[in-house]
Design a protein around this ligand. Structure first.
Ligand code: PHE
Length: 347
């Protein structure tokens, strides 16, 4: 019986066949189990011989089955390793960063404006009073120069702190991207068609204001440029940006460096935590604009009788909020990857 089972175990080609042999030998109705049950009917003399013999047989067969099982499992693993091409040395997938919504929106804007023939200009974040205020026709006592709005840099010790030259040279964190208008007009001959995306700073913080924020400035200078060009350009921009027809309104406003000046609002609606563009009864201001003031043209050496132009400055963070339905501006700069993921900006 032992050699018979040993042969059958050896011949079992796979784990299933092996289990059939195990059932036939050691299962409830298996041959060895039946023989052991028969011990009860034997005489004491027979039992002392057959008992140990059957127990030994049972242990041996069980051991043979275990050994064969291990061999079959090894073979199965070898076969799997040979046929499957899983490279365990490849690096584990790592989360990949994505563009911040503000960066993404600035790039979207640059694409739309470049289709309209604009190129991109840049200026420094640390500006001087001349480019940030004086050349932009801010009167000396204008409230925007006030400590509450502007971050003033501590003057360097070598800097002469008296006289009007010192005031004009006072360094500030730019409060808007409009100084790039001045830098462009002083360095470039018309026709001019630029946008200037970048960071801007104001000493202000609440639900709709952060001390650092982003603007995209626009400037067009040429001959016979008028308010119609300004409106057409900005209306084309918002429909391209929101990829739908957007209701806009221009409200008269005041900026020292444009005349006339306006602010442009877009129609929107708050729907729970999200924001919908183009419907509803609320208006959100997204930009300031106007015709470049003759004083500004003169300050940059351009003859206001020959050249006119328009300019605009838009809040990038607000536009990102509107486009992606984000309710609170401050979340933009909290650096929480879960927040980015919620708006589809994470892998
Ligand atoms: N610089 C203005 C602001 O920050 C916006 C603006 C730019 C208005 C250009 C008119 C023309 O509010």
């Amino acid at each position: 019986l032992r050699t018979d089972f040993a042969a059958r175990i050896d011949q079992a080609a796979d784990l299933r066949a092996l289990d059939d042999v195990r059932v036939a030998a050691l299962g409830k109705k298996g041959e060895i189990s039946l023989l052991m049950r028969g011990l009860g009917r034997m005489s004491p003399e027979e039992k002392t011989v057959m008992g140990p013999a059957l127990n030994g047989l049972k242990t041996d067969v069980a051991a043979l089955i275990e050994a064969r099982k291990a061999a079959l499992e090894d073979a199965a693993l070898d076969a799997a390793l040979a046929s499957e091409t899983l490279d365990m040395s490849l690096p584990v997938g790592r989360p990949q960063g994505t563009l911040h919504p503000v960066q993404q929106v600035m790039e979207e804007m640059a694409v739309i404006f470049s289709d309209m023939g604009f190129s991109v200009a840049e200026g420094p974040d640390i500006e001087d009073d001349f480019h940030n205020f004086t050349a932009l026709n801010f009167p000396p006592s204008h409230p925007a120069r006030d400590m509450h709005d502007t971050f003033f840099m501590v003057p360097e010790p070598s800097q002469n702190s008296s006289g009007s030259d010192a005031a004009v040279g006072q360094k500030v964190l730019r409060t808007h991207t409009s100084p790039v208008q001045i830098r462009t007009m002083m360095n470039q001959k018309p026709p001019i068609r630029i946008i200037a995306p970048g960071r801007t700073y104001r000493c202000d913080s609440d639900q709709t204001h952060t001390p650092m924020f982003h603007q995209v400035e626009g400037l067009v200078i040429g001959e016979d440029i008028h308010m119609g060009h300004l409106k057409g350009c900005l209306m084309d921009f918002v429909s391209a940006f929101f990829e739908t027809d957007v209701d806009v309104r221009f409200r008269p406003h005041h900026f020292p460096f444009t005349e006339p000046s306006a602010e442009m609002d877009v129609r929107y609606e708050r729907d729970g935590a999200s924001i919908k563009i183009g419907q509803g009864n609320d208006w959100m201001e997204i930009l300031g604009c106007g015709m470049v003031h003759p004083h500004v043209l003169s300050a940059c050496g351009l003859d206001p009788d020959q050249y006119q132009g328009f300019a605009f400055g838009m809040g990038v963070d607000r536009l990102a909020m509107l486009k992606y339905g984000m309710p609170d501006l401050r979340d933009m700069f909290a650096g929480d990857p879960r927040w980015l993921g919620h708006y589809g900006f994470s892998p």
